[in-house]
Write a protein that binds this ligand. Structure first.
Ligand SMILES: C[S@@+](CC[C@H](N)C(=O)[O-])C[C@H]1O[C@@H](n2cnc3c(N)ncnc32)[C@H](O)[C@@H]1O
Length: 421
């Protein structure tokens, strides 16, 4: 097999090491800046191409022994296990700065990254696939399986649940099982079911085998159903409790959710005269937590189940100034009535879209609405950079930006940017 010698000089936003060879830029997984490596023949002759790591000849200064034993066996669940935490942080900050400053023209403040307080045991969500009756974690790289005790980023409750599932044969009609844990150590299960035939029997069998689980829900072509046990898993922070169906979205980093809320609260600067728009609100994570600070909260979310969860959670937490609307963000925002607020009152929008960022009709509706302040929470910086340019063109000014490390050992980054009109 052809082998090339390569020096890795940088890490790109997707977590790959980057090096130059004969006019080509090669990206190589599992490498670190300063590494001298042997790589395979590039996958293409294009100016940019992937190549596979064959051997680390001389390790760079930031390379560490991966704390996770499965990483060296090929697990790609976390792609930066071989990088020291300070180096992970430095590259996240550097790549974000390049994207926002050089590519998007952002001129506001760029604060230092908020570091993760726990590098292990933080992840409260786990997805397992059914491989011939056995539930396995399928990492990105080579499909080798992972033992529950090896995956140290999962919460202890999920590690224990995963271990308990190892001894179970799962009916083939169940394609995937998602698990969520909460601070009380309860675990909710959600099954994705291939077809209706055999649905009831399969789920009964699964539930019987999972005496330790808090509840079981399932999705089939007919939609979501609560199947057995408790229909919701409660997640509590401060005085708010979110009651989430077992397929409901909640911040995946259980340990840092508080820090993210504190950051968004600080940036929103909501006051008793403000109406807070919680856009892409999911089950109302930001809206419910900030409700006491604002005159009124209006959330918009396309998933009706999440909207129902937000409403139930507001009632449960004793809030009376929130409402949640189901539908496409652009369409609902465009028709939302203007607030009947006192003079000098303003609208503030917390915007937390999926990875793709804002769709054109959402940008249009937001710009037409013209909230005084927009706090944009992004889990994909390239989408944020693109949307920032559009909002800047429409009269918004980027004031401040802070990234927060919700996903240690990966190249993923959560970024909170505040824009003002
Ligand atoms: C990153 S999640 C944020 C959820 C919530 N802010 C939280 O922190 O839990 C993005 C949310 O946007 C919703 N969504 C995606 N596309 C949408 C659209 N076109 N209109 C409204 N909501 C949408 C998804 O269902 C999801 O709940």
């Amino acid at each position: 097999m052809a082998r090339l010698q390569l020096s890795i000089t940088a890490l790109n936003e997707t977590g790959y090491g980057v090096g130059q060879k004969a006019g080509q830029t090669l990206t190589v997984a599992r490498t670190a800046p300063g590494d001298q490596v042997l790589v395979s023949k590039p996958q293409s002759a294009d100016r940019w191409s992937r190549a596979d790591l064959l051997q680390v000849v001389h390790p760079g200064p930031d390379r560490v022994t991966p704390p996770c034993p499965a990483f060296s066996r090929g697990c790609g669940g976390c792609q930066w296990q071989h990088l020291s935490y300070p180096a992970q942080m430095a590259w996240k900050q550097k790549n974000l700065s390049h994207l926002l400053r050089s590519q998007a023209g952002y001129k506001g403040e760029l604060h230092p990254l908020v570091l993760a307080t726990a590098l292990q045991g933080y992840r409260n969500k786990l997805s397992l696939k059914n491989a011939l009756g056995k539930l396995v974690f399928v990492p990105e790289f080579d499909g080798s399986t992972l033992a529950p005790s090896e995956c140290a980023v999962q919460t202890p409750a999920l590690q224990a649940a995963w271990a308990a599932l190892q001894g179970i044969r799962v009916p083939m009609v169940i394609e995937q099982l998602h698990l969520r844990s909460n601070a009380a150590g309860q675990v909710g299960l959600h099954a994705f079911v291939r077809e209706e035939k055999g649905f009831d029997a399969a789920l009964r069998e699964l539930w019987t085998a999972c005496g330790w689980a808090h509840g079981l829900g399932a999705t089939s072509r007919k939609g979501y159903r609560a199947v057995a046990g408790e229909p919701v898993l409660a997640q509590t922070l401060g005085r708010i409790t979110w009651l989430l169906p077992h397929n409901g979205f909640f911040q995946t980093n259980a340990v840092m959710a508080d820090a993210l809320l504190a950051l968004v609260t600080r940036e929103a600067k909501a006051g008793r005269t403000n109406r807070l728009l919680d856009l892409y609100c999911g089950a109302g994570f930001f809206g419910l937590a900030l409700a006491d600070l604002a005159h009124e909260v209006v959330g918009i979310e396309e998933n009706p189940q999440s909207v129902a969860a937000a409403e139930a959670s507001a009632r449960y937490s004793g809030l009376t100034n929130t409402r949640f609307l189901a539908g496409d963000l652009g369409a609902v925002l465009a028709t939302l009535e203007k607030p009947a607020l006192a003079t000098n009152s303003t609208e503030i929008a917390v915007v937390d879209p999926p990875r793709e960022g804002l769709l054109p009709r959402a940008v249009e509706a937001l710009v037409a609405r013209a909230p005084q302040r927009v706090v944009y929470v992004s889990c994909h910086a390239p989408s944020l950079a693109r949307d920032y340019k559009l909002l800047a063109k429409a009269g918004y000014r980027g004031v401040s930006c802070t990234a927060i490390d919700l996903f240690p050992h990966t190249s993923h980054l959560e970024t909170v940017m505040t824009l003002e009109r």
